[in-house]
Write a protein that binds this ligand. Structure first.
Ligand code: SAM
Length: 199
């Protein structure tokens, strides 16, 4: 499945970056949420599944120490070309992050676990827990919906999650949910965000 996801993004990375790869494309409420979340973290932040790297660069501009990680080489190369050389972008999988245990203060996973089959979503959640220091924070952005179900995302199959279902997976993975946000708007898929801390 991971290979299918990375191949699909590889084929459309430049198109994705052109449409969605800038902070101008980000909803102001999401920017405010991520900024407030990041301001409350200590130590290294990881933008896990960073895509074109706009969140990583934004967090770096705000003074955070941050690494962007993605499995799609075209995204990593785009991010390195586009953003200042001082921002650290790495090739890596969410399922086996190239980071030491307990070495991270915050993981931003903004729409990056949406393609994991529900039976496998625990794999990246366990990885996030492994790399976070106790008390470290995780912020997940995702497509919200009334049931866990697959849908035809523009790039490759994705899954929508009810908040309660994803919150239960976070609990299983060793996180306490701190905060939940949802948003609906005409012609947009319902959005969800969950902030959680590593127990
Ligand atoms: C919908 S995009 C979101 C990108 C970025 N976070 C944003 O907000 O625009 C999903 C991203 O997750 C990455 N991704 C999905 N599964 C991954 C995996 N197993 N390992 C690493 N990256 C993954 C994709 O390559 C893609 O960049």
């Amino acid at each position: 499945m991971k290979e299918r996801v990375t191949a699909a993004y590889s084929a459309r990375a430049e198109e994705y970056a052109a449409v969605l790869g800038s902070m101008d494309a980000v909803h102001p409420d999401d920017r405010a949420l991520v900024d407030a979340w990041a301001a409350g973290r200590r130590g290294l932040l990881v933008d896990a599944g960073c895509g074109p790297g706009h969140w990583t660069a934004h967090l770096a501009r705000n003074g955070h120490r941050v690494i962007g990680i993605d499995a799609v080489l075209e995204f990593v190369e785009h991010a390195r070309r586009t953003h200042t050389a001082s921002v650290d972008f790495r090739d890596g999988s969410l399922d086996a992050l190239p980071l030491a245990d307990g070495s991270v203060g915050g993981v931003l996973a903004w729409y990056s676990v949406i393609h994991h089959e529900p039976s496998r979503v625990g794999v990246p959640l366990d990885e996030f827990r492994r790399v976070l220091a106790p008390g470290g924070g995780l912020l997940l952005g995702f497509f919200e919906g009334p049931a866990v179900e697959a849908f035809d995302h523009a790039v490759v199959t994705a899954y929508r999650w009810p908040v309660v279902s994803l919150a239960a997976r976070l609990d299983e993975a060793g996180f306490d949910v701190v905060d939940v946000h949802t948003r609906t708007a005409p012609e947009h898929r319902p959005h969800g965000a969950i902030s959680a801390v590593r127990r």
